[in-house]
Structures are given as structure tokens and as C-alpha cells.
Design a protein around this ligand. Structure first.
Ligand SMILES: C[S@@+](CC[C@H](N)C(=O)[O-])C[C@H]1O[C@@H](n2cnc3c(N)ncnc32)[C@H](O)[C@@H]1O
Length: 244
């Protein structure tokens, strides 16, 4: 069995190893959380490809009454999120398949937020995913994606790629864990490692039907793009349905 305390400790260790690769990750999470806090309650948020729950945890620490869904397809990371974040609705679904929308517990969200995950998708699947995200936002709802994406004018500002030692260490500990180790074999999917500049995301989000699109936050080669679904604009799916 995975206790809450143990899952919280493993989640924190995930953050430590991720910070080796993405040193401004905490700041990026703060920028996303501030967006939600500025709207206030009631608020429904989807943490897309939320992994162990880094973003959901920070959001609930600042806004405990927020209604949060976390979606991820990795059974190990999802199990850690499930045990450490009892108030969060967990969904195991593959974002490569359009069916992921049907797996959600709600039809519409005020915010869809994602951190350091959209690089897993190649260009065409990511364009499609952006359209699908727009379809589950309330009119005026917000999507934000924080990831490694260079400023088009500053291609030389990319951070050097760190060695994979910390990643290997974290996964070796998981494999040795009596509960989580059994889930390792059920993982699937390869990252496309697609890191286009911020202009690519802005163009793709506009093409997906978002009306206001721009950069919310930036630090060196990491940035967060923000996209607003036009008030009253029809989504790609179920746009006229009231929130479930
Ligand atoms: C680098 S991790 C980031 C996790 C989390 N957002 C964070 O910041 O800690 C990338 C995440 O994307 C998830 N992911 C990648 N491809 C996916 C897909 N097709 N469907 C669902 N989740 C996916 C992975 O399982 C993993 O949790």
C-alpha cells in the first residue's frame, strides 16, 4: 500500500529531480496558480498531463476550494497523485486519442493548465489537442501551457541539456518500490520531444480558435503561453452544454 505521507515524499522527490532539468519550474507553476487565484471561486481546473500532481498540489495549497481534475496516462505517476492528493479527481486517459474528453468527469472547465508536458506531442497531434482543449473550456475560459519554448528572437538563450542521472535515479527507486514497481511495466508512450518556439504555440492556438493568445511568463528558454476562449464562441465539442 502507498500511504499519503509516502506518496507526498515521492512527489517532492519528483519535483527535486525535475528542477535539475527545468530550473524555473516552480516559478512557472506559480504563474499558473496566480491565474486561477485571480479568477477566484467557484473554479474548475483541469491539470492536463499532470503527472504526480505538482501543479494540482500548489493550486490546492493556495485555493483549497478549487475543483481540480488531474489527467495523465502514466499509472505510476497517477498512483502517486492519487495517494497524495485525496481531493483531486483522477483520470487515466491517453491524450493521443480524442476519447480523452469523454473520460473527464465534467464537460467544461474554467481553466485547462499544463506544465512541462506538451513537448511529448508532435506538431499535428498537438494542434489537434489544442482544438480539443478549446472545446472543453467555458466561454472566456483559459488554457495555459508552461514548457521549454524559446523566444523566437533569442534562440541562443536555450539552457544546456543536463545529464539524465537524476531521472534514472528517481525511476530506479520507483522500480524497487513494492507497489509502484509493479506499475512500471504498464507504462506506454514515447515523448516526441517537440520544443518549437513560442510563435509556433501562438499560431497553433489561434488556429484552434482561441481569440486572445500571448506569453504569460518567461524565464530564459522556459515560457508559459496563455490562450482565452472567446466569450460566447462555440467550442469544437459540447460548447452549448452547461457545466456538468
Ligand atoms: C515531464 S512529465 C510532467 C508532469 C507534470 N505536468 C509535472 O510538471 O510534473 C510529462 C507528463 O506528460 C504525461 N503524458 C505524456 N504523454 C501523454 C499522453 N499521451 N496522455 C496523457 N499523459 C501524457 C506523462 O505521463 C507525464 O506525466
Amino acid at each position: 500500500m502507498l500511504t499519503k505521507d509516502e506518496a507526498v515524499a515521492i512527489q517532492s522527490d519528483w519535483d527535486r529531480q525535475q528542477e535539475v532539468y527545468l530550473p524555473y519550474r516552480e516559478e512557472a507553476a506559480g504563474a499558473l496558480v496566480d491565474l486561477v487565484r485571480a479568477k477566484g471561486l467557484p473554479v474548475r481546473v483541469l491539470d492536463l498531463a499532470g503527472g504526480t500532481g505538482t501543479l494540482a498540489r500548489r493550486l490546492l495549497a493556495r485555493l483549497p476550494e478549487a475543483e481540480v481534475t488531474l489527467l495523465d496516462f502514466n499509472p505510476v505517476l497517477r498512483a502517486i497523485a492519487e495517494a497524495s492528493l485525496p481531493g483531486v479527481e483522477l483520470v487515466q486517459a491517453d491524450l493521443s486519442s480524442p476519447d480523452w474528453v469523454d473520460a473527464l468527469p465534467h464537460k467544461q472547465y474554467d481553466f485547462v493548465l499544463t506544465m512541462t508536458a506538451m513537448h511529448c506531442f508532435a506538431a499535428e497531434p498537438l494542434r489537434r489537442l489544442y482544438r480539443e482543449v478549446r472545446g472543453i473550456l467555458v466561454p472566456g475560459g483559459i488554457f495555459a501551457n508552461a514548457d521549454r519554448m524559446i523566444d523566437d528572437g533569442l534562440p541562443g538563450f536555450a539552457e544546456p541539456v543536463e545529464s539524465a542521472d537524476e531521472w534514472v535515479r528517481w525511476w530506479a527507486a520507483i522500480e524497487a518500490h513494492p507497489v509502484l514497481g509493479t506499475l512500471v511495466g504498464q507504462q506506454h508512450g514515447e515523448s516526441a520531444d517537440f520544443h518549437p518556439p513560442v510563435s509556433w504555440h501562438v499560431d497553433a492556438l489561434r488556429a484552434a480558435g482561441f481569440t486572445e493568445v500571448g506569453t504569460l511568463w518567461r524565464r530564459r528558454d522556459q515560457a508559459a503561453v496563455l490562450a482565452v476562449s472567446a466569450p460566447g464562441a462555440p467550442g469544437t465539442r459540447r460548447s452549448s452544454a452547461p457545466p456538468a
